[in-house]
Write a protein that binds this ligand. Structure first.
Ligand code: AKG
Ligand code: FE2
Length: 203
């Protein structure tokens, strides 16, 4: 089976998949550099728990700062996004998911921060179908913590997997089904998070 076939197979079987080989290290390094530059230039803001302005800021629940990526920007021109658009078409051909757009943000968790257990699909909107996380950290050891913990779709007390945010590691999961959390990290943790959506792009 090709690497992509393996990814599709585990997504189908368990609702999530991890690959350490699909995304080249050069893409990860380029996006880390861009993300760090955007951080230095003050383009990140503290993440909200939901997407509307009324949703609260609570660093004990969600401790990351984020920077949304404009597809028309230099960052949006990274090859990763064109590749993800292709992957989106393949997922549609195979599973009739009706994916029509994608949205991504860089995320930065300071040491001590995490993100409590949640589902990515917002209660009032079912448009987020597939969650994608790419880890941008230049290196990461078990002692650095910050694992992504995945739980069973029908039992969010039953942990199924812990994933270290290692360089260029890609995680894909069903936004409506997989409860997950980010454990507190001991180092600054850089990532790219995104969603494949069934509605048109917001921007
Ligand atoms: O960074 C991760 O491992 C997951 C982040 C996450 O759950 C989110 O942004 O919704
Ligand atoms: Fe999430």
């Amino acid at each position: 089976m090709s690497t992509l076939e393996v990814l599709f197979h585990s997504l189908e079987e368990q609702g999530w998949a991890v690959s350490d080989t699909l995304v080249p290290r050069a893409w990860q390094q380029a996006m880390l550099a861009q993300s760090q530059q955007l951080w230095q230039d003050g383009h990140f803001h503290q993440a909200h728990i939901g997407r509307s302005a009324s949703d609260s800021l609570n660093p004990n629940i969600r401790g990351d700062a984020i920077c949304w990526i404009d597809p028309e920007s230099q960052q949006g021109g990274q090859p990763f996004f064109a590749w993800m658009a292709q992957l989106r078409l393949l997922l549609n051909e195979r599973y009739y998911l009706g994916l029509r757009s994608q949205e991504f943000h860089f995320a930065r968790y300071e040491a001590g921060c995490g993100y409590r257990k949640h589902l990515d699909q917002h209660r009032n909107s079912g448009h987020r179908k597939i969650s994608v996380v790419l880890y941008l950290n230049p290196q990461w050891d078990a002692a650095d913590g910050g694992e992504l913990c995945l739980y069973l779709p029908d039992n969010d007390m039953q942990e199924t997997q812990r994933i270290l945010p290692q360089p260029a590691r890609l995680v894909v999961f069903r936004s409506d089904q997989i409860p997950h959390e980010v454990l507190p990290c001991a180092q600054t943790r850089w990532s790219l998070s995104g969603w494949l959506r069934s509605d048109e792009a917001l921007v």
